[in-house]
Design a protein. Sequence first.
Length: 450
Amino acid sequence: MTGRNDALKKDDEDRECTLNDVTEVRSNGNSDEDEYVKLLQNTFDRSYFPSDFDEWTVSEKYSWINKNLSKFYPNVPESLLEFIPASFCHGDCGRSPVEKPEWLDMDKYRRGQKFVQDYFGGITIAMVLALLPAFSFESNLNPIILHDRAHTPFLGFKRYLSTMRRMMNWFAGEPWVKGTLAFKDMEVVRKMHVRMRAKLSQFDDHKIDDASKFANPWCPDRELLLKDFAEGCPFERIGQRPYKMFVDLPFKRKYINNADMAMIQCCFIGFVLIYPQDFGAHDVTDEDMEAFCHIWRCYGYYLGMEEKYNFCRGSLKEIKQRLQDFYQYWTIPNLKEVTPEWEHMTRCVIEPFNYFPFMYMSYRSAILLITDVFGINMPRLHASLSYLDWISYKLWKFVLRHVLKLSGVRSLFNKVLLSLLNQMANCSSEKEAQLHMRSKKTTPDFSVTL
C-alpha cells in the first residue's frame, strides 16, 4: 500500500489533537462496578443470589455476577455474555499510545497488512456495508447523529471518506510509532471518542434520545423494510438482547463504552471473516484471517479498549463464533425495530457511493447484499426494485462473488478504488460544491443540536 496515503487530504482541525488529550481515564472505576451490581440486584429476584450476598464487597459481587451471567441471561450465548458488563465499562482505559502489548506479533501484523492490501477493494465494500447493521444499535447510531457530521449525503461523504483515509494509514503503518501517520490518525480517532464521551456525559439520557430524532427523516422504505424484517428475522427468546433492558437506567449511561467499541470492531472485520466469498475475499487461508483479526486487535488496544473486551482476542474459531452469535442473537433481531433515523443515516452511508465514478450502488441493492448473507428473505423489497436497483444489486453480487476470484482483476479493482479515493479526497472546491448541491436535492442541510 506504499504511496496510498500521501495523496489523501488531511483534516487540519483534527490534526491539532495532542498526545495528552487522549489519555483520559475513569475517575472511579469502582463506581462502574457498583452501578452494574445494583442494576442486576434490582432486576432479578433475590433467590438468584447467595444468601450472604449483601455482606460482600462490590468487587466480590461484581466478580460473582460475571461468573454466573448465564444464570441471569440463559438465552444469551456464552460468547456474548462478557459484553454485558462491558456496557458499563468506560471505553478508554487510559493506556499509553506507545505501549506495546505482550501479544503483539509483528510477523502476523505484517501478514494482516498484506491481506488488506491484496483484498483492499472487497474489504472496503464490506466495511461500508457493515455500518448499516451496526447502526441498528442506538448506542452506535446516536453518537454518530449527535456528532453532526454525517446526517446528510454530503456530510456522510466527507466523514466516511475521512474515516477510510485514516484506516488506510493504520493499515499501512504501525500506530504505536510516534510521528507516523498511523500514530497521528490513531490519536485523532481516540481524541474524537474522548470529546464525544465528554459531550454526552453532560446531558440527560432522555435529552440525548430526543436530540437524536429527526423532524423530517429521509426514510421512504422503512415501512416496507419493517414488514420484510418482521417476517424474515427468526423468533427471539426472552432476554436474548439484554442491552434492550438498559434503556431506562436509574443512572447515567456510559456512551462509547467497551461494548460499543467491540461492536464497531465487529463491524470492520465481520463480513470479511464470516462471509469472505460474498465480499470478494476468495482463496484466503485461516492464517490470513488470523492476521486480519490481529491487526484489528491492535487497533482496539490502541484506541484504549480493555483487553478482556477486545472483540478480536482469542483464536480464530472463537472470534468467528463470537461474530456468528453477535449477528444471529443481536444484530438480526435489531432489524425488526429499525427507526426512521436508522434509514436516514444508513442512506447517508450508501448515497455517497454514487459520488464516485463507476461506483453506483442503490440503497435497496445495498440492503439486499446484506440481507442475503444474513439469510433474511425480503420479498417486498425484491418486488419494489426498479430496473436500476436490480442492475446494481446483480452487478455488485456478480463482481464480489465471481469476478474478484481472478487475482488480476482483483488487483485492478483495488487500484481503481484506491485511485477513486485519492481523486475524491483531493477534489476541487468546485467539485465539492457540486456534490453539496446534489446532496441538498435529496436531504436539505440541517443541524443536529444538543
